[in-house]
Design a protein around this ligand. Sequence first.
Ligand code: IPE
Ligand code: IPE
Ligand code: MG
Length: 261
Amino acid sequence: MSSFSSSTREIPQVKEIPRHIAIIMDGNGRWAKQRMLPRAAGHKRGVEIVREVVKACAARGVEYLTVFAFSSENWRRPAEEVSMLKQLFILALEREAEKLHRNGIRLRVVGNLAPFGSKITELVTRAEQLTRDNKGMTLTIAANYGGRWDLLQAMQRLIESRPQQNGAFTEEQLASCLAMAYAPEPDLFIRTGGEQRISNFLLWQLAYSEFYFTDTLWPDFNAAALDLAIASYQRRERRFGRTSEQVEVAEKSPPPKRELA
Ligand code: IPE
Ligand code: IPE
Ligand code: MG
């Protein structure tokens, strides 16, 4: 699949339903604590919510759903929690790959998977292979992902693959080396759990995304909460640097695609 151009170079197509939703699923630990349960209970419930949100997004015509499952900073958590999260990831890959496939969903996993070990890398490869030709929604799981890691690995690949350019790269060339080059940039970014930060998620691609923060903890999120986020998105005016008047004119007669000078 071809890579998409950058929203700072070209105005993307804006639809009623966001083409790409990216979610920081936060609040599992606090949800468990409120119920005097171990943090693991929150993470387990969190996986069930992913299932519900995948279904809801696909039903609404979202083309790409990206969820942040484990950040490059989450290794700082107690070893016991890290190991439990790895175990949950393994279980989810084993149990869900077939189901995703039956539902026509394409699965991709982005992040530096090597530190997770061979079991996870093998399961990921198998699930990606199984679902690669599916034509439904693309579900991306970000695992041991960090926006800075992604930018660095993209720069390194770019320098290696184009030595003759002496570092004179275009945005499109850099974007094409990012881990999610197969997807357009997120239209809607959702973070549950009340914090209002990016936590090293998709740094490059969130340049022009609409942000939606909710206090709802991830294990309490559901299809209705997703609809609230989409409704908020639909009330926004995405200007991409233009004035409101220009946007109104453009909506009546979309201009021909033209790159910025
Ligand atoms: C998000 O929930 C899940 C992961 C980071 C894996 P948290 O575990 O961060 O939950 P809180 O923020 O402690 O409530
Ligand atoms: C961000 O959540 C990462 C994931 C949801 C996987 P954290 O709970 O780790 O974020 P910070 O560290 O509080 O910002
Ligand atoms: Mg958290």
